[in-house]
Ligand binder design. Structure first.
Ligand code: CO
Length: 222
């Protein structure tokens, strides 16, 4: 049977490199974490949260699932958001999708994957909501990229509608929710112009982000 020795070797080398730069790094980190950001991204192995934004252990709180969905009743995702906002007091929540997402592409093509079709049903809801716009996009790959962008904007709106975000804003806690999309082909993230910093602006920001996308404005690399 294949062993995982290589992974243990990698781990030792990695820990050694970090200790060489800062001998107390792990000791300090074991006592407390102070992440400023919560990352909600896709599980895809090509989208490693910390590396993409160049952050060390302790600096980024992370939740990942297939197609970076924030489902209203997903206790797992909601618990991560609640812990991040209420306990760790993160200042930013970043929902990051990516181009070339297999889950999004399967949704566009109507592929049958198995159990995960039920999870991706939430993405079908997004697709149906924007059916008119997506019908005008040619080719599955482009349609998937546009749906991937729309999905991020929708998931940002979902974060903003959670009791967690709303209550944080009500008590005056500083919290911004952002929507990004990452390019597998160039390693760069793009801001989808859907940053929300309080309850009142959530719907306006959503409308603007959706219309700028559907009017053909390309997501920009900051
Ligand atoms: Co993906």
């Amino acid at each position: 049977m294949e062993t995982l020795n290589q992974l243990f070797e990698n781990n030792k080398a990695w820990a050694g490199r970090i200790r060489q730069e800062d001998p107390d790094f792990f000791l300090k980190l074991s006592r407390q974490q102070f992440p400023t950001y919560l990352w909600i991204g896709c599980s895809d192995s090509r989208v490693p949260a910390n590396q993409i934004v160049g952050l060390l252990p302790g600096e980024l709180f992370v939740h990942r699932n297939v197609a970076n969905l924030v489902v209203h009743t997903d206790l797992n995702c909601l618990s991560v958001i609640q812990f991040a906002v209420d306990i760790l007091k993160v200042r930013h929540i970043i929902v990051c999708g990516h181009y070339g997402c297999s889950g999004v592409l399967a949704t566009v093509r109507g592929d049958r994957l198995g159990l995960s079709d039920n999870w991706l049903r939430h993405l079908q809801d997004v697709r149906q909501r924007h059916e008119k716009y997506l019908a005008g996009v040619t080719g599955d790959a482009d349609a998937a990229d546009r749906l991937g962008e729309l999905n991020v904007i929708e998931q940002v709106a979902n974060v903003c509608q959670t009791t967690i975000a709303r209550e944080a804003w009500e008590r005056g806690q500083e919290l911004a929710v952002h929507g990004w999309i990452y390019g597998l082909q160039d390693g760069l993230t793009r801001d989808l112009g859907t940053t929300v910093t309080n309850c009142r602006e959530a719907f306006g920001v959503y409308d603007t982000a959706i219309s700028s996308l559907t009017e053909g404005k390309k997501a920009r690399v900051s």
